[in-house]
Write a protein that binds this ligand. Structure first.
Ligand code: NAD
Ligand code: IPM
Ligand code: MN
Length: 365
């Protein structure tokens, strides 16, 4: 048997609800390949703030660093929204990403045939969409200095941030993006705002230079405002998208809606070495937290990415993906992806159905 240590960070809001499901699915799906997990649940986000006074306790980061992979639910909530910056759940998440040095965030968005009806786009626009957003995750305006609050020359209050990229940061994310595109359809679109921002001008220059090392990949460039428009006009024109931290945050939420719901989209955040961080792209959804309404599939599919990218356990990862498709084929839908004729279920029941699919797919195999 193979044994892996997984750090579980349920976090806040719907985080614990979707992580409970993802953990069970991960455990069952991998057990058939003789894989055993040691799960260590740690505090993170608002949950950590309430109990320890900080959003990312040192024990959480060191446990995460020493594990084989980290699975996170979501963090944040109204309760902590007015905290000082260093005492916000979101700051803890940024510290975790920086602490694990996970600079590359892979956010796949594909329209499953079962969910074409859940998309807000017309069927012919949505069906067949299969794209991958490669988001830079540890740089840009999220981390740039100077930042803060102050006063300007006229004595007015100001808040300021800095969008900044060093060449090495662009180069390494570009390499991840070209290699990702190479495994897909060899088309890469780099999204920036090089008509206005210096950080984007450097971004475009470096990405263009690195392209010469990947002659088999077709590179294009697009301004982010146009990209936001093109994503809803004709999303099938995109395969792999590479972009900075903040544009990637925004465009991946936009892309999620093409697929039916943000409750479907997983992500993998990886570094050059050390454990990766796997989390749904959605947040803590305080509006539905505690109501057993959350779609756990983004978290479940994040567990599949953990197996694939984090542990190299492709078979077990595929088993989870097939189980999700099977559950959808059997008509089970949480509210966010519901359409007429299907069976409306809560988070827990969706989880139980995915477990059944894992079992039955095995029986069939
Ligand atoms: P959100 O993603 O939490 O929710 C946006 C909308 O999508 C809400 O209506 C919510 O109910 C719905 N939704 C999200 N996930 C869903 C799921 N799995 N199933 C069904 N519906 C789902 O974004 P928000 O409301 O802007 O942010 C809420 C909090 O989450 C904030 O504190 C924010 O900072 C935090 N946040 C955390 C993360 C993270 O932990 N990675 C990501 C985004 C936002
Ligand atoms: C995400 C979230 C985070 C981000 C926040 C909560 C810091 O929106 O994971 O997409 O902006 O990266
Ligand atoms: Mn986001």
């Amino acid at each position: 048997t193979k044994r892996y240590t997984i750090t579980l960070l349920p976090g806040d809001g719907i985080g614990p609800e979707v992580i409970a499901v993802a953990k069970n699915v991960l455990q069952l799906a991998a057990s058939f390949d003789g894989i055993e997990f040691g799960f260590k649940e740690m505090l993170m986000g608002g949950a950590a703030l309430d109990l320890t006074g900080v959003p990312l306790p040192e024990e959480t980061l060191s446990e995460a660093r020493n594990s084989d992979a980290v699975l996170l639910g979501a963090i944040g909530g109204y309760k902590w929204d007015n905290n000082e910056k260093h005492l916000k759940p979101e700051t803890g998440l940024l510290q975790l990403r920086a602490g694990l040095k996970v600079f590359a965030n892979l956010r796949p968005a594909s329209v499953l045939p079962q969910l074409v009806d859940a998309s807000t786009l017309k069927k012919e626009v949505a069906e067949g969409v299969d794209l991958m957003v490669v988001r830079e995750l540890t740089g840009g305006i999220y981390f740039g200095k100077p930042r803060g609050f102050g006063t300007n020359d006229s004595g007015d209050e100001i808040g300021f941030n800095t969008e900044i990229y060093a060449a090495y940061e662009i180069d390494r994310i570009a390499h991840v993006a070209f290699q990702t595109a190479r495994k897909r359809s060899c088309r890469l679109c780099s999204v920036d705002k090089a008509n206005v921002l210096e950080a984007s001008m450097l971004w475009r220059k470096r990405v263009t230079a690195i392209a010469s090392q990947y002659p088999d990949v077709e590179l294009s460039h697009m301004y982010v405002d146009n990209a936001a428009m093109q994503l809803v006009r004709n999303p099938k024109q995109f395969d792999t998208i590479v972009t900075n931290n903040i544009f990637g945050d925004i465009l991946s939420d936009e892309a999620s809606m093409i697929t039916g719901s943000i409750g479907m989209l997983p992500s993998a955040s990886i570094s050059d070495s050390g454990p990766g961080l796997y989390e749904p792209i959605h947040g803590s959804a305080p509006d539905i937290a505690g109501m057993d309404k959350a779609n756990p599939l983004a978290a479940v599919l994040s567990a599949a990415m953990l197996l694939k990218y984090g542990l190299g356990e492709e078979k077990a990862a595929q088993r989870i993906e097939l189980a999700v498709l099977d559950t959808l084929n059997r008509g089970f839908r949480t509210g966010d992806i519901y359409s007429a004729g299907n069976k409306l279920v809560g988070c827990k029941e969706m989880g139980e159905e995915v477990l059944k699919s894992v079992e039955s797919k095995l029986a069939a195999a």
